[in-house]
Write a protein that binds this ligand. Structure first.
Ligand SMILES: C[S@@+](CC[C@H](N)C(=O)[O-])C[C@H]1O[C@@H](n2cnc3c(N)ncnc32)[C@H](O)[C@@H]1O
Length: 263
């Protein structure tokens, strides 16, 4: 493990990197537009509170079904776009505290915060490591990871998402699992909306309608299982998208799905 702690496994990285507590494949400095967000994360102890909510108050159970499958697959799990909640990782750790997880993100601060939390715990999960990386340019060899997982991840990728999906497929071993959730407005639902208004929304918020299945068809996963999750309406949401929808006289219903893809 590449970390300040003496430990044991062979790094799989195939690109050069800087180590400062953990490997950095992207600049160590926070990106300009992310500085305020990162500052608030630290000052308001987001990571500490998210972990407490998930572990001490049982919030992890919302991801129990997904975590059961991810933990059962086992091996090295790369959690992408880990963010302040660490995606599926807390729930996976509740299923298997020894799980081997690499928390990754483009944002160095969020990883430093996770590392600080675990470094200061009495009984930290023993096999968690960290890597600052860009999911559009993964620093792993072909066919090297057992699992890539991400919650509210791919919808939030900055950069070329199709490239990120290709990278995820590339680094997974044959038989490896890509497990992720996403929400989007289905074509069936979009077809019920007024055409001109829909065009306006799509031009400004194309990702709201972004179903990954078309991309997946070309990637070569041998199995793709989709599990329908709850629907969500932006009727009362406070966002620029919701404001635009209200000004056009309707709301959008998003379909939540979990996908398990085997390479
Ligand atoms: C809203 S969070 C996702 C939610 C998160 N999984 C959680 O459980 O809290 C989005 C995260 O994706 C990260 N991110 C965005 N683009 C990325 C990229 N190209 N590579 C890696 N991480 C990225 C951001 O830095 C941010 O931390």
């Amino acid at each position: 493990m590449i970390s300040n702690k003496a430990s044991v496994f062979v790094p799989l990285y195939n690109k050069s990197f800087v180590v400062d507590g953990f490997p950095y494949f992207v600049p160590k400095e926070e990106r300009d537009y992310n500085v305020d967000y990162a500052k608030r994360m630290v000052e308001d102890k987001w990571i500490y509170y998210r972990w407490r909510e998930d572990i001490e108050r049982g919030g992890w159970k919302r991801n129990e079904a997904q975590a059961t499958r991810i933990a059962a697959h086992g091996g090295l799990i790369l959690e992408i776009c880990a963010g302040p909640g660490a995606g599926f990782a807390p729930a996976v750790l509740m299923k298997d505290y020894n799980a081997h997880i690499c928390l990754s993100d483009l944002c160095p601060t969020v990883l430093c915060e996770w590392k600080n939390l675990f470094d200061n715990m009495e009984n930290p999960p023993p096999n968690v490591e960290f890597a600052a990386l860009d999911v559009c340019d993964l620093p792993f060899s072909d066919n090297s990871l057992d699992v890539v997982s991400g919650s509210a991840a791919i919808i939030n990728i900055e950069g070329n998402r199709d490239k990120a999906l290709k990278e995820i497929h590339r680094v997974l071993k044959p038989g490896g699992l890509f497990a992720f959730d996403l929400i989007f407005v289905t074509k069936d639902y979009a077809d019920t909306l007024p055409k001109e208004a829909l065009k306006t929304i799509k031009s400004r918020f194309p990702t709201a309608f972004w179903d990954t299945l078309a991309t997946f068809d070309t990637l070569g996963f041998s199995q793709i299982e989709t599990v329908q999750q709850s629907e969500w309406s932006n009727k009362d949401d406070e966002s620029t998208l919701a404001d635009l929808c209200r000004s056009l006289g309707f709301s959008l219903t998003f379909s939540g799905q979990m996908r398990y893809c085997i390479k």
